[in-house]
Design a protein around this ligand. Structure first.
Ligand SMILES: NC(=O)c1ccc[n+]([C@@H]2O[C@H](COP(=O)([O-])OP(=O)(O)OC[C@H]3O[C@@H](n4cnc5c(N)ncnc54)[C@H](O)[C@@H]3O)[C@@H](O)[C@H]2O)c1
Length: 440
């Protein structure tokens, strides 16, 4: 018999949900334009679990497979209201034009709506994103002062838009690589650091602090620290707010987390995995800076090690070589080319090769993740869940975990965990996939 869980007390999704996006570039505007196009019936929400997904309940013979939207009380697309910050003053329309992801034809259909969405001035420090020279930036006496300004922005946004509650998804640029330092260890030290404008506090962490203080759940789509350090986790717990991260799992890493569990399931060995990316959007330009690339590299490299578990399978996975490159190549724009050359071995150690050339569209893959994260983070908040939301690991390249736990990277285990969490929230049996031989 599968474990039965107690139904959670979930506050209803009444009123409007504000989706706040620090960073309104390619991903954010593709997400906003997409939601508006779907609301108007121009397109379908392809790639979004919350909108397209179903969930099996009970035994296979029960034939109960509701849509996820019918099973858990999510905010509806018509109730989403968008806002955000950027370091350039462009409206969502101008930014989407510049990003070049969606065709002119698609953008024109939602143009007035996108023109009505203008970012609030961002909190920025050039040392954290060296390739950008923002012109639309807050000034303040200290980093705490900037955080207070962001808190005031959230309040103003709530009042003027009339939303009932908000969630935030970081869609800003990738910052330079930083390990957590002493100032990140406790909330008291972090707040002192904000007052002292400590150099180790990145802009993304100032947003995270301000949003959590405003009671807004925060999901991090980039590999930045943002909410991945003890002080901010202390704040999230103290205020009862969900946080999640980091780095949207899209093109190449998505493929890796689909394929590597398959190799492992069939006990095929891995000698090496060489991955290279060619991309020409603003994200690619930012990642052309070695320090920003380092954040991305660390986020991408952990995946195979955690899925393949070389310490448990030394004959198959000890010392495999894993190389990741990102090459900024303007002609490709947002249409990234992700090349993988994989050297595997089978029975008696005989070698084989697999080549993958994924001609993907980065922001097309990321936009539905922004939507799903916004809706699930809001659900988590209304369900009384707080701190790191591990059940949302499915959406991230480098899932955050509580201290002492290793992250789960296997896409299929992540999916099982996510759906079982939804079942748990609704007091349904968790599905174990035990065969009919063993019950009834
Ligand atoms: N597209 C994908 O598939 C994908 C996958 C994983 C992660 N990501 C991450 O998502 C983020 C967004 O990607 P994108 O393609 O939209 O990039 P982008 O360069 O088009 O957009 C980023 C936006 O953030 C703004 N920005 C930078 N610093 C800011 C700050 N401190 N405050 C406010 N705004 C700021 C920039 O001006 C820009 O408009 C990047 O960090 C990227 O690495 C993207």
């Amino acid at each position: 018999m599968s474990p039965i869980t107690k139904k959670a007390d979930i506050r209803p999704a009444k009123g409007k949900l504000g989706v706040l996006l620090p960073g309104m570039g390619a991903v954010a505007t593709t997400f906003i334009a997409g939601v508006e196009s779907i609301r108007r019936g121009h397109a379908k929400p392809i790639g979004s679990m919350t909108q397209m997904g179903t969930i099996r309940l009970g035994k296979r013979t029960d034939n109960r497979t509701p849509k996820i939207t019918e099973f858990v009380p999510l905010a509806g697309l018509d109730d989403l209201v968008f806002g955000g910050w950027d370091i350039f003053e462009d409206s969502a329309y101008e930014s989407a034009k510049h990003a070049g992801v969606l065709s002119n034809e698609d953008l024109e259909k939602v143009r007035p709506f996108l023109e009505g969405i203008r970012p609030m001035p961002g909190v920025f420090e050039p040392t954290y994103v060296k390739k950008l020279h923002g012109t639309y930036i807050k000034q303040g006496k200290s980093k705490m002062d900037m955080a207070e300004q962001l808190i005031a922005d959230v309040e103003r946004f709530k009042t003027t838009s009339g939303v009932d509650r908000c969630v935030a998804v970081w869609c800003g640029s990738t910052e330079v690589y930083r390990e957590p330092s002493d100032v990140h260890m406790t909330l008291a030290k972090f707040e002192q650091g904000l007052r002292d404008s400590d150099d180790n506090i990145a802009p993304s962490a100032i947003y995270a602090y301000a949003l959590l203080r405003s009671g807004v759940p925060f999901a991090n789509g980039a590999p930045n620290l943002s909410v991945d350090f003890p002080a901010i986790q202390e704040l999230a717990k103290q205020k009862g707010i969900p946080i999640a991260g980091k780095d949207f799992k899209t093109g190449q890493t998505l493929m890796k987390t689909i394929l590597a569990p398959g190799f492992k399931a069939r006990y095929l060995g891995l000698e090496g995995w060489y991955s290279t990316n060619i991309l020409g959007n603003r994200d690619g330009e930012v990642l052309d800076d070695p320090e920003s690339f380092k954040s991305k590299e660390v986020s991408k490299l952990g995946v195979l090690e955690h899925i393949l578990q070389p310490h448990l399978y030394p004959d198959l996975y000890k010392d495999f070589s894993h190389v990741v490159r990102i090459n900024y190549y303007p002609p490709r724009g947002d249409n990234k080319e992700g090349w993988d050359s994989i050297d595997i071995f089978g029975w008696l150690g005989y070698k084989m090769q697999i080549k993958i050339d994924f001609l993907c569209r980065d922001s097309i893959l990321a936009a539905p993740i922004v939507l799903d994260l916004a809706l699930y983070m809001d659900l988590a908040h209304r369900s009384g869940m707080s701190g790191i939301q591990e059940w949302l690991s499915f959406f991230f390249k480098s899932p955050m975990t509580p201290e002492g736990l290793y992250p789960e990277h296997d896409l299929f285990i992540q999916l099982m965990k996510l759906k079982n969490t939804l079942r748990h929230l609704r007091g349904e049996e968790l599905i174990t996939h035990l065969g009919t031989e063993y019950y009834d």
